[in-house]
Ligand binder design. Structure first.
Ligand code: HEM
Length: 390
């Protein structure tokens, strides 16, 4: 097995030591399989897509985990909505991520990442890259909250990440409901983020993100719900993916050529998303009796969509490999709940990779050490230390 494949497997197994081998093994044998007490595991891309495109499967039900978020972020946070109401809110958000809006949100945090990486590497000491990506993500969160970079007493970027992470860290695989204590903890973290959103919304400045939500016709509570959804869905996934992509390209020996000539970068980013599947599973609840891949589905059943098997089973990391239509971009979902933050995610990924490759061009760096996160919901590196090559 190649170095990058070995590290990827360690990352996946570190997060889910039993579930990962189990769902990969089951997925290889049966495209649809009922796991007693857990739900129906769907592992083939075309069937995963079929469920995502079918309004008969809901993300809002208790079994689908959407409802898990309602006591924390309120009822109108996209990821806990279904049907016409959800579509209508998505329609209003269509114009949210124009290229200019994305640039405004990501560029300041990306500039800080560039500065921090360059200074760290120049000093000759190891630079811990996962921490830098957390700061990038924290900087983006501060923009989503509508906090100006020069606001007096503004928290450091890492603190915005920590607050986001304290919301998402309450969720674990196999724990479909939150206890009252967990709800209270996550709600307290959301309230800390909600304060600035409400303030920016009331200031009515369309140059801030909450101000833009107001222009798009959202109420103040809806703006808080949407920003919370972005923080919940867009923090861990990004912090998982960027260091894994950096590790993968390093392990696969692709950095020298890519640093010199960047035209291959979009294909590598895309293939890296397929190969790592940063959002490994999507959950739904069946609202009707029916059939899926020859298996009888009962109303109220939990449907576990194994994105990780559906896309990883297509093969090893190969940016030239054609992806079957059913699997294309499945790592961002499909249908009504398709990742609304994709333009923002791509901008964050591309800017972080550009910074890494620019630094590599100046003087190559190597990975000095790395550790993996254990027993977390989203697999990833805990640390990835970069150092200038001698
Ligand atoms: C590599 C990074 C990312 C990956 C792999 C990813 C993946 C996904 C996937 C698979 C879904 C669909 C879930 C489902 O149908 O159950 C989703 C939804 C969503 N994503 Fe992302 N995401 C990423 C980054 C982001 C970012 C940066 C944001 C925003 C800041 C974001 C915001 C959202 C939201 C709000 C939803 C829910 C949309 C809805 O329910 O209508 N995501 N994402």
């Amino acid at each position: 097995m190649t170095a990058f494949a070995t590290w990827e497997r360690r990352v996946q197994r570190g997060a889910h030591p039993f579930a990962y081998p189990l769902i990969r093994a089951v997925g290889t044998i049966r495209p649809v399989f009922r796991l007693p007490g857990l739900g129906v595991l769907v592992s083939e891309a075309s069937l995963v897509r079929e469920v995502l495109m079918d309004g008969g499967y809901t993300k809002a039900g208790a079994k689908a985990s959407g409802a898990l978020w309602t006591p924390v972020v309120g009822p109108r946070a996209l990821l806990n909505m279904h049907g016409e109401e959800h579509l209508e809110l998505r329609r209003r958000l269509n114009a949210l991520f124009t290229p200019r809006a994305v640039e405004d949100i990501v560029a300041p945090a990306a500039a800080r990442l560039r500065e921090r990486l360059a200074t760290g590497l120049e000093n000759g000491a190891p630079v811990e890259f996962v921490g830098l990506v957390k700061e990038l993500s924290g900087g983006v969160i501060s923009r989503l909250l509508g906090i100006p970079d020069d606001a007096p007493g503004r928290l450091p970027d890492s603190e915005f990440f920590n607050r986001a992470s304290s919301i998402t860290s309450v969720v674990r695989l196999g724990r479909p409901r939150l206890s009252a204590r967990q709800v209270a903890k996550a709600k307290a973290a959301v309230e800390l983020l909600a304060g600035p959103v409400r303030q920016a919304y009331r200031d009515d400045d369309p140059d801030t993100f909450p101000g833009r939500l107001r222009v798009l016709g959202l109420s103040e509570d809806e703006a808080v719900g949407i920003v919370s959804a972005f923080v919940i869905a867009g923090t861990e996934t990004l912090v998982s993916y960027v260091p894994r992509l950096a590790g993968l390209l390093y392990d696969d020996g692709r950095l020298p050529a890519l640093a010199a000539e960047r035209t291959g970068l979009p294909a590598m980013v895309n293939e890296g998303l397929r190969f790592t599947a940063p959002s490994p599973m999507m959950l739904r609840e069946a609202t009707n009796d029916g059939w899926l891949g020859g298996v009888r589905i009962k109303r109220g059943e939990r449907i576990m969509l194994s994105t990780v098997h559906a896309v990883k089973s297509l093969g090893g990391f190969d940016p030239g490999m054609p992806i079957p239509a059913a699997a294309r971009q499945l790592w961002f979902g499909a249908g009504a709940h398709f990742c609304i933050g994709m333009p923002l995610a791509m901008a964050e990924i591309n800017s972080a990779m550009t910074v890494l490759l620019d630094e590599y061009n100046l003087q190559p760096w190597t990975i000095r050490s790395r550790t993996i996160s254990r027993n977390v919901l989203i697999p990833g590196y805990k640390s990835l230390e970069l150092v200038r090559a001698q």
